[in-house]
Every structure is written in C-alpha cells, then in structure tokens.
Write a protein that binds this ligand. Structure first.
Ligand SMILES: *[C@@H]1O[C@H](CO)[C@@H](O)[C@H](O)[C@H]1NC(C)=O
Ligand SMILES: *[C@@H]1O[C@H](CO)[C@@H](O)[C@H](O)[C@H]1NC(C)=O
Ligand SMILES: *[C@@H]1O[C@H](CO)[C@@H](O)[C@H](O)[C@H]1NC(C)=O
Ligand SMILES: *[C@@H]1O[C@H](CO)[C@@H](O)[C@H](O)[C@H]1NC(C)=O
Ligand SMILES: *[C@@H]1O[C@H](CO)[C@@H](O)[C@H](O)[C@H]1NC(C)=O
Length: 388
C-alpha cells in the first residue's frame, strides 16, 4: 500500500528538481523565475516590465525603458506620487532627473535639485516628491523601480486610452479641448489621482546645470551620503556612495546600497553587488565553491550588469545569468548565487528594508574602493593592488 505512494512522491520531487527557472515572459502570479535580457511584458514605446505587482506579490515593479532620448529629451510632465516610491537608475546613456519635496516646494523652504544621471547613477524619488525627467542619449536605458508593485497598471491603462487630438492640428479635434499632456494618454488630467499620479504643472524645471548638477548636495564632486529620511530626493553617483566589503563564505562581495530600509521606511532596498568567484576548495582538487545559499523573508530580484552569475533556487535547475538577465525570488525561498567570472556585478532590489543587502552589510566592513582585494599572484588584477 505504501509503495505506490512513495513512488509518486519520488517522481514528483524528481520532476520538480528538473523544473526550469527560465520563463518567456513575466509571470502573472508569484513564483521564482528568470528572464533573458529584454524579455518580459512589454508596452509600445520601449517599456518592458520584467517584474510586476502580479509577479512579485505586489512587492515592487521593475520597468526598463529603452529609448532614443536624443530628439528633444523624451520624458514626462512634472508630477507627484502620494503612495509610490520611484527610483530612476541609468543603465546606459544619460537621463536628467529633477526633484523637490512637494510640501517644501509649496512653502518655498527648499531648493529644487537636478542631476544628469550617467551609467550606474541613481536618483531616488520618495513619495510626495515632485519629479520629472528626460532621456538624453540615442541609446538610453532607464530602469525604474516602483514600490509597492501595482503602479504599473497606470501605464497599461494609459496605453488603451489614446491621446485626444491636439486642438488646431486639423485632425478633427473639437475646439476648446484641453491640450493633451504628453505622457498622460487620453486621461482627464484632473482625474489621475486614482492612478497615484498628481500633475504639478506650475513646477518649472531649472536649466542651470553645471558639471552634471544644480541644487544642493554632492554629485561627482564628493561623497554621496545616504540621508536618514525621505525629506528630499536621494542622489547616488556610481561608486560615490557608501560601500561595504563582505567576505562571508570566504569570498568577497562589495555591497553598494542606493537606498536601504532607512531611506524607504522599511518598504524596499536597492543597490549593486560586485562579487569575486568563490574560493578554490582546499585540497587542490581544482573544484570551485561557486555559490552561497541565502534565505530572506522578503522578495529579491537581481538584474545583471557585468560578468556571469550562477543562481539556484530550491526546487529548480540552476541558471547562468549574463548582462541584462533578471532573476526574481519570492520571500522565504532559499536561493544561492555565485560568480563564475571575475568582477561580476548586478543590481538588486529587495521587497522590504531588511533583505539580502542588510544580511550582508551586517557582517561587512565599510570599504572605500570600487574593487575587491586581489591576492598576490592572482591572475586578474583590476585597478590598484589592495590590501585589507
Ligand atoms: C495583473 O493581474 C490582473 C488580474 O488578473 C490583471 O487584470 C492585470 O492586467 C495584470 N496586470 C499586468 C500588468 O499584467
Ligand atoms: C522663495 O525663496 C527665495 C529665497 O529664499 C526667494 O528669493 C523667492 O522669491 C521665494 N519665492 C517665492 C515664490 O516666494
Ligand atoms: C475631469 O475630471 C474632473 C474631476 O473629476 C471633472 O470635474 C471634469 O468634468 C472632468 N472633465 C472631463 C472632460 O471629463
Ligand atoms: C512608516 O511606516 C510606518 C509603519 O509601517 C507608518 O506608520 C508610517 O506612517 C510610515 N511613515 C511614512 C513617512 O510613511
Ligand atoms: C516570510 O515568513 C515570515 C515569518 O513567517 C513572515 O512574517 C513573512 O511575511 C513571510 N514573507 C513573505 C514574503 O511571505
């Protein structure tokens, strides 16, 4: 009586172990998955959504915009979100982002900030912050992280609600129509609040950028500290923010946080991790300990930037990720990751303030270089030879 049952279970777990993590497009429900570069739910205009509210249990949305920004700087009207935190990360090309807290803008007690974001630079826009942006280069990729997930429904609904004809354009637009707002589709602009979009049409973006910035704070000219609250936009230029060196499991990882739970009231974190291939096992067998297993209570996503990363999720075949690939792991799911190439780097997002980044930084030390230490005699050297 027991035997057939046992076989059934064994077959099921075998089948499970062979399940692939790769999917063709963003799933509509919560599960672990991996997507090749450029895959995911798409909208016209170069928008791809590798992670959505549906696929992440509403933890976060990742939106990649690939577009030509050279012709007049494609962007959107100034607006505020009251519930959605939105980060603007430049993967390639350049993006200009403006931001100012709404309350201090209205009371005229703060100064508007803008930055030109090059590759690897980020601007974090807490909710209640006026913002607008422009893409600037012919081949620009802007990666937006929107928290909580679900905001993306605005883009999908905007898309099925086409822009009204522009008055006087000869295409039959009725006289007296409001001029359509670029980026608002056919929505009534007084009624965008149901999508958590509040236009701020009096906001005039400043144009006096010098050396990539205007308004208070450092940019490429000094360290970019993380503030302890959400009172203003947060700007972190590539490698100019805080860095932590972890050697957990005997291998180096540099954690470069953009925002942690402290800057997001515990709702998410984002940054990059740069890692070295795992240590060669003792005994000279030549085998390499490639991966480190972790488990976090919150969802985790990686988007690859350099090198090659092997990722395993319990119950799935492991996958090998390269440039642009995305992997998503729900909370409370064990997974492992390890580099198979030198200087492997990825952007991470966690669906709460105390995720993988926090686990690593809690056991790491402050670090002031973009490079991890190189052993004497190591085959590959980048930058200076560093010692700890
Ligand atoms: C999310 O799921 C809901 C319910 O199934 C569906 O109506 C909506 O279109 C989905 N959104 C996206 C962006 O796929
Ligand atoms: C805002 O404050 C600045 C300096 O504090 C001042 O020059 C400017 O006139 C003020 N603007 C308004 C609209 O009150
Ligand atoms: C737009 O929305 C506002 C506020 O809900 C409403 O008063 C107005 O009539 C709407 N306009 C049109 C053209 O529907
Ligand atoms: C921060 O989160 C707590 C509870 O999670 C909430 O009560 C509080 O209003 C939040 N603060 C802000 C500024 O959103
Ligand atoms: C993971 O488990 C913890 C403890 O049971 C729970 O508090 C948390 O909500 C779970 N996380 C998710 C994403 O379900």
């Amino acid at each position: 009586m027991l035997l057939p049952l046992f076989i059934l279970v064994a077959t099921a777990s075998l089948a499970n172990a062979a399940t692939t993590l790769w999917v063709d497009t963003t799933p509509q429900s919560l599960r672990p998955y991996a997507l090749k570069k450029g895959r995911g739910i798409k909208l016209p205009g170069g928008n791809t959504f590798p992670v959505t509210g549906n696929s992440s249990g509403n933890a976060f949305c990742i939106l990649n915009t690939n577009a030509d920004g050279s012709a007049g700087g494609a962007g959107v009207f100034p607006h505020v979100h009251k519930k959605t935190y939105e980060n603007f990360y430049t993967v390639k090309g350049r993006v200009q982002l403006w931001g100012q807290n709404l309350d201090t803008y209205l009371s005229n007690s703060s100064i508007q900030q803008t930055r030109i974001l090059g590759q690897g630079d980020i601007g974090a826009i807490p909710f209640n912050t006026i913002h607008t942006f422009s893409l600037l280069e012919p081949d620009t990729q802007l990666t937006g992280v929107l928290v909580p997930g679900g905001f993306e429904e605005f883009f999908f609904n905007r898309n099925v609600s086409p822009s009204p004809p522009i008055p006087g354009s000869g295409s039959g637009g009725g006289g007296g129509d409001e001029t359509p707002l670029p980026g608002a589709g056919g929505f009534n602009i007084s009624d965008l609040g149901k999508w958590d979009v509040y236009p701020q049409l009096d906001f005039v973006p400043r144009r006096d950028v010098v050396n990539g910035k205007a308004g208070p704070g450092n940019w490429y000219d000094g360290p970019n500290e993380l503030p302890s609250n959400m009172a203003a936009p947060i700007w972190v230029a590539r490698n100019r923010g805080p860095k932590w060196l972890s050697n957990q499991g005997g291998r180096y990882q540099i954690v470069t946080p953009f925002v942690t739970g402290q800057q997001t009231n515990g709702t998410f974190s984002q940054g990059t991790i740069t890692l070295r291939p795992g240590p060669v096992a003792e005994g000279g067998s030549g085998t390499t300990e490639k991966r480190m297993w972790v488990r976090s209570e919150v969802a985790t996503a990686f988007m690859m930037e350099e090198g090659q990363l092997e990722v395993a999720v319990e119950g799935y075949e492991s996958v090998s990720l390269i440039d642009g690939d995305v992997v998503f792991v729900p909370g409370n799911t064990s997974f492992a990751y390890g580099a198979t190439a030198e200087f492997t780097k990825f952007m991470y997002v966690t669906g709460g303030g105390w995720g993988l980044d926090y686990q690593l930084m809690a056991n790491a030390k402050p670090w002031n270089s973009a490079f991890y230490p190189q052993e004497e005699g190591s085959g590959v050297k980048r930058g200076m030879l560093l010692r700890i």
